[in-house]
Design a protein around this ligand. Structure first.
Ligand code: GNR
Ligand code: NI
Length: 166
């Protein structure tokens, strides 16, 4: 397993749209392992492959206290089951360090996905996991949580993070 470097906003690579996974092989398993290890190392509760510069539709998450419930979702598709509400959770993003904001999202969703064997699965994630899978699915389409806030705020975060990189 390898800890990978996480790209940070406003890196243009985070704006790509990731490609459907079609091959379920040991390379994909290795990628899932790296994603989980990189997520745990950075105290994250979710991570999308695009954040480590890999343009594949695969995300991981673990919202458990003990950090012993890893989820891997390949080719995830989110189906919205109710209207948008504030989830009551401040969202953070490992690609936007130091910034937290409550994002208005649907609370009830269904996620259809494939596992590492390529089998079709579905899940009705509750609470924080429902928020995280939506956050991660956004990443796969080049969308970031700063896109939900005002452009003035977004610019401020952008210049702050650019200064930090220097
Ligand atoms: O670690 C993370 N915490 C988090 C908290 C609330 C809502 C979403 C998240 S995801 C984030 C990790 C990350 O950036 N995933 O893309
Ligand atoms: Ni994120």
């Amino acid at each position: 397993m390898t800890i990978r470097k996480i790209l940070t906003f406003p890196d243009p690579a985070l704006r790509n749209v990731a490609k459907e996974v079609t091959e379920f092989n040991s390379e994909l398993e290795k990628l899932a392992d790296d994603l989980l290890e990189t997520m745990y190392e950075n105290n994250g509760i979710g991570l999308a492959a695009i954040q480590i510069g890999v343009l594949k539709r695969i995300i991981v998450a673990d919202v458990s206290e003990e950090k012993n419930e890893p989820h891997v979702f390949v080719n995830p598709k989110i189906k919205v089951l109710d209207e948008k509400k504030k989830g009551g959770y401040d969202e953070g993003c490992l690609s936007i360090p130091g910034f937290y904001e409550e994002v208005v999202r649907p609370l009830k969703v269904e996620i259809n996905f494939q596992n590492l064997e390529g089998e079709n699965k579905s899940l009705f994630p509750e609470g924080l996991l429902g928020i995280v899978v939506q956050h991660e699915a956004d990443h796969l389409d080049g969308k970031l949580m700063v896109d939900y806030i005002s452009s003035v705020k977004r610019q401020r975060i952008r210049s702050k993070l650019l200064k930090m990189k220097k």
